[in-house]
Structure formats: structure tokens, C-alpha cells
Design a protein around this ligand. Sequence first.
Ligand code: ADP
Length: 423
Amino acid sequence: MLTFICLALAVGLGIALVKLANHRRAVRSLHGAIIRKQPFLREDVPGATGGVWEALCSATNELITEVGTLQQQRSGQLTQLEATLGSLQEAVLIVDANNYIMLANKALKEIFPRAKDILGQRLEIVLHSVVFLNHVDAVRRGVAQPQYEIEFVDGNDTRWVEVTGTSIPPLNGQKGQWVIFVLHDITKLKRLELVRKDFVANVSHELRTPLSVIKGYIETLVEGHEEIPLVDRARFLKTIERHTERLNSLLEDLLTLSRLESINPGLRREAVSLADLVDGIMGEFRARPEASGHHLTCEMDPGVGRLLIDPLKMTQVCENLIANALKYTPAGTTVHVEARRRQKEVMLTFADTGPGIPADDLPHLFERFYRVDKGRSRDKGGTGLGLSIVKHIVQLHGGRVWVDSTVGKGTTFSISLPLSPNG
Ligand code: ADP
């Protein structure tokens, strides 16, 4: 009898253990289905039978289907949003609660061309800016300025961007706060602002020196006009005259530049023989005292013929370049001007055998107020605007100007002008 009871107990325990193992398998399989978000199939797990299992399985499957539908709807929303924002001119960026990029439209990729395949990447890996990351955080906390200017530096490339952001609920049903940003590229504006500020600072600086010299000498003359000896008075007046002339040249050059940069620069083209124009200018320079120690030579290709140019403005170009060659090269050197016809253009070169210009200065030479030797330029009455005026006039004629120079050997300024004004 005891043996029978023991046997029955052992069989019962065995059955219970098998059932427990089946239930465990069923629970694991149910859990797997939830994670995979795929319907739970009872026939895959023989142990999952009975009323409770039946009800649990169908409730779980309903939930899984519902979650799937919701997620599809949400990702549909994101795709729809992407399609709508894609065509916007404004750059749009959406990041999730962990700063992963969820959406970036075409305009954004134009602002940051180096950022490729940015969807799904972390913000800090794509846009290297601590300021922007702090701003994202401030937007999430609702303490950000409505519009914020941020400077993005990527190697040699610097961009200024105006950013407006607000937080939104996640579009994929997850928790946390997403943030949407509209970005405006204001790099061009910022650069213009810098150029304007530089220009105002340069002009003020250029005006200040002659004005303070003139003021100083006039005060001395007014205060001591009875005691100052005549020789000193004459010297003071000469200095005042020199600085007044400097102010005058500066204002004239500034006015010329501002006219050339205006919408209507007043180009008056007529058919002109370039050879005659250059010959005339060279003749005038040969008669000037500053050219007395130099050799001025000229070679005009007869094939150049007549060009449709503004003779007054082109005269200013030639005079500036020849005057520079005489100013910055010592007596005894040669200044050679040459014109050649080449297919659809005319090449005009102004070469000197002077001291040359260091390579580092060459890229800046046509900038306003740029001087290689500031003292020498001012002593010679230079304003630092001559080459900038040359560049503007040549460009208005549809041409190009550039410089080649070797220190110790000399400098050549070259101009190419199209034979026909339409290029
Ligand atoms: P500036 O009024 O000072 O002459 P420019 O714009 O005409 O101004 O020239 C800019 C600078 O370029 C000059 O200050 C001078 O340092 C340099 N430069 C121009 N032409 C020559 C030249 N032929 N040889 C050497 N340096 C030159």
C-alpha cells in the first residue's frame, strides 16, 4: 500500500513538473512575442492551454496589434512631416529626447554640406557646437531665447546660423521631449557686417592721422602766430598743405569706390584704341619728375585694335598701376607696359623690375586699405585704395586683374579684357 502511495505521489509530482515546465515555456514565448511585437501562436507552445491561457493570449495579441497600428501611424506622421518639410526653404531639424536626429530636411543639409547621413546620429557628432547643445537643453527646459545666433566652426569653414526652437511631443510614441528647430543661414549677412565694421574702422583711422596733424599745426599757429619765425611758419603751412592733400585724395578715392560699387557705376563705353590710350598715358608719365630716374618702355600689339571701354576709367587703371610701379621701385629700374591680343581677349601687363612683393601679401593686395609697407605708402601719398579701384573698374568691363611677383626681381600686374563687352 505504501509503495502504491509513493508511486502515485511520484507520478503526480512528475506530471506537475512537466506542466510547470510547459507553463514556463509558454510564459517565455509570450514575453518573446511582446518584445518582437508579433502575435503569440498558442500551437507553438503545447503547454499554453486552458481558459486562462486562452484569455491571456488573445488579450496580448490584441495589444500587440494595437501597438503596431499606432506605431505605423506615428512613423507615417514622421514620413509625412519629412515630405512636407523637405521642400521648405528654411532648414528644419528634429531631435529626440536623447539628442538623436529624427528629421533633417534638404535645406539643413545645404547649410551643413559636410554632415552626411545624419538621420539617427547624435547631434554632437554631426554639429560640433557646445553652444548649440546647451541651447537644445535650454529649449527643452523652456528657458531659451526665442532667436539665437550660433557660430558653427568646422575646420576652416565658419557659418553663422540663427536658430529658433521649441519642444514637441515625440512622434514615435516614446517618452521624453523632442525638439524642433528652424535654422536660417546668416553667414553672408554676418560677413557683410564684418566688412562694413572693418571699413568704418579703417576710414576713421585713415582720417584721424591727417586731421590731428592739421589740427595740431593750426593750434600752434593760432596760439603763437606773433612769435613763430617765418621759416617755421612756412614749414608748418607746408605740412598742413600735405596732409590736406592726403585727406583730399582719400575722400576722392572713397567717392570713386562708392560710385563704382553703386547700382549705377556710370560706365561710359566707346570704341577706343588701347594702343593710343596707353601711349598717351606713357608720354605724360615720361614728362613727370617721379619718372625721371626710371626707364618707361611700351610694346603694343597692333592686332589689339579698338575696344569698347570707358576711356576715363581705363586711364585711371593704367595711371594707378604705372604710378605704383614708379612709387614702389627705386630709380634706375624699368617699367614696361605691354598689350597683346589672345583669342577672345586682350592682355595688358604692367611689369617692373623693383623689389617685388612677399608671397604672403599677394592674396590681400586688392583689398581696401591693404598696404605692404604702410609707412612707405603714406609717405608717398598712397591711400591704400588704388588697387581696389583698379579691380572694380576691370571687373565692370567684364575683365580680370591679378598680380605675379618675386621678391628681388619685380612685379607684374596683368589685366585681361574681353574683346567684346558680352564676353
Ligand atoms: P597705395 O595707395 O598704398 O599705393 P594701392 O592699393 O595702390 O595703395 O597698393 C597697395 C599696396 O601694394 C601698396 O601700398 C604697396 O605696398 C603695394 N604695391 C602696389 N604696387 C606695387 C609694386 N609695383 N611694387 C611693389 N609693391 C607694390
